[in-house]
Design a protein around this ligand. Structure first.
Ligand code: 4AD
Ligand code: MG
Length: 468
């Protein structure tokens, strides 16, 4: 066969020099139609949402065409010509067709369009071949690239934190244990408890819920770092916004305060949304048409608005006023409560109608490491709240005072034996610093308009499901 071209190349470049020459394309058949005089085969190779059309003579390719059905993988060599029909610029007049892999039409599950997302999750090994998942996965790649570019341009270092750890950063106790002990018959200590000292690492270990604590070690040496890796939470949250395995981006910056922190959070998200608009046009247009008609407008509106800075205490006042005026929430609102997603969405979607960065939360509802305010009851935590999504970023200024941090650790009964190395950052050259975590799949929900977080990651892990 002649030189193979990817479909994205053929549709996105000036290919006039190739017109009339023989080229090869390879990919998976999306549709085959036609009559006894002419056959049209639409091929997609994943490089772009669009297909290329192959025109074939049914008399010449009678045998091949019998094996070509939706889902089959083929290679086609033929003349590249300007397309006669509308909808595409160029097409290929087949001169040679190779069928690499048939797809039995009686059993191939992706026959018709318009399968439900629930059904597609059951065939997670094949759903990647649909237009929707192709668009989402290409955008995942673009966003990951944009994230590295953003930080690289600003002098941050990509810092790799461990996945296996002994410390529960968020203190929620929702960790997946990592062990090689025999679960049927683990070694016991004198008190009959499982003897983790005999385990692989000589102590109890688990998968990380966040790279932050080690990230702080990086930031207090390198100045500005970010992590970008998988995190694991064994929380039993069966919602459209929670995964048990998700990817998080966690920048950590020495000498940042609350203002510079929230500024970076806003700049970061706007950069990523703008990147999506600039670099994912075809996929966004598809998603806007097929999934969420408000998508592109919503992305544009975020890029052009200033995010609101809202102290928690003021947010509670707004919510209490809403209740007084008759608005019904499922969960009660008063100072001190952890906001439910209905509260966050009320503030973002009804009250301000733009993204909100909430700051200065009650210390009781936030993690031990957040910097305490002088009022003695709030901490410099920030959540970035987004339309449709709710919390997309969580972050804070970190408590840099050794004494205050230690007091808080003791108040919360966090085992000190796991924390000595973290406290050392406050014992030796302690510095003001801050950081945040962006949930990658929450970002993907926002930029794709998809409704369920299970559909923006190739292979979702949720309670009761670790298929594929
Ligand atoms: O708010 P979280 O728990 O913050 C931290 O983990 C901090 N250590 C971050 C930091 O300051 N370096 O999580 C951060 C973000 C959330 O805002 C959310 O976007 C996402 O991670 N997230 C989840 N995404 C999907 N599924 C889950 N179960 C998630 N839990 C948190
Ligand atoms: Mg949070």
């Amino acid at each position: 066969m002649t030189k193979r071209f990817e479909i994205a190349y053929l549709l996105k470049n000036d290919v006039s020099a190739l017109l009339g020459t023989n080229i090869t394309v390879k990919g998976w058949v999306r549709t085959k139609r036609g009559n006894k005089n002419v056959a049209f085969i639409a091929i997609n190779d994943g490089s772009i949402i669009h297909n290329i059309q192959v025109v074939a003579d049914p008399a010449k390719f009678e045998e091949e065409l019998r094996h070509i059905t939706t889902g089959a993988c083929i290679g086609v060599e033929g003349k590249l010509v300007e397309s006669q029909g509308s909808g595409q610029a160029v097409e290929i007049q087949a001169e040679k067709i190779v069928v690499y892999g048939e797809a039995d039409p009686d059993s191939y599950p992706l026959q018709k369009k318009g399968h439900s997302m629930e059904f597609l999750r059951e065939i997670g090994h094949l759903r990647l071949r649909t237009n929707t998942f192709g668009a989402v996965m290409r955008m995942r790649h673009e966003m990951a690239y944009a994230i590295h570019t953003f930080f690289h341009e600003r002098g941050f270092f990509y810092f790799h934190t461990p996945l296996i750890t002994a410390s529960d950063c968020e203190g929620a106790g929702e960790m997946f244990h990592v062990s090689t002990l025999d679960p049927e018959n683990p070694p016991r200590d004198k008190e009959g408890k499982i003897d983790w000292e005999q385990d692989f690492f000589g102590k109890f270990t688990a998968l990380t819920v966040s790279g932050q604590l080690e990230g702080e070690l990086g930031a207090t040496a390198l100045g500005k770092i970010y992590t970008f890796g998988p995190t694991f939470r064994a929380e039993n949250s069966n919602t459209p916004r929670h995964l048990a395995e998700f990817w998080m981006i966690e920048p950590e910056m020495a000498f940042y305060d609350l203002d510079s922190l929230t500024q970076l959070e806003e700049e970061f998200i706007k950069y990523l949304v703008r990147w999506a608009l600039d670099h994912c046009k075809d996929d966004l247009e598809f998603l806007n048409k097929m999934i969420d008609p408000g998508l592109i407008e919503r992305l544009k509106s975020v890029v052009d608005t200033d995010f609101v800075r809202l102290p928690y205490t003021e947010g509670i006042k707004i919510l209490e006023e809403a209740v007084a005026k008759g608005h019904k929430f499922e969960f009660p609102v008063s100072w001190g409560v952890d906001l439910a997603s209905e509260h966050e969405r009320y503030l973002v979607e009804h009250h301000f109608k733009k993204p909100v960065i909430m700051v200065d939360y009650p210390k009781e509802i936030k993690a031990f490491y957040m910097k305490q305010n002088d009022d003695g009851r709030t901490v410099q935590g920030t959540d970035v709240l987004f339309p449709q999504i709710g919390e997309i970023i969580g972050g804070s200024v970190r408590e840099e005072s050794y004494d205050k941090l230690l007091t808080r650790i003791n108040e919360l009964n966090i085992p000190m034996k796991d924390m000595w190395w973290y406290l050392d950052t406050r014992r030796y050259g302690s510095c003001p610093h801050a950081g945040f975590g962006l949930g990658f799949e929450r970002l993907m929900l926002f930029v794709t308009g998809m409704a369920n977080i299970r559909d923006v990651i190739p292979f979702p892990r949720t309670p009761g499901n670790a298929n594929f």
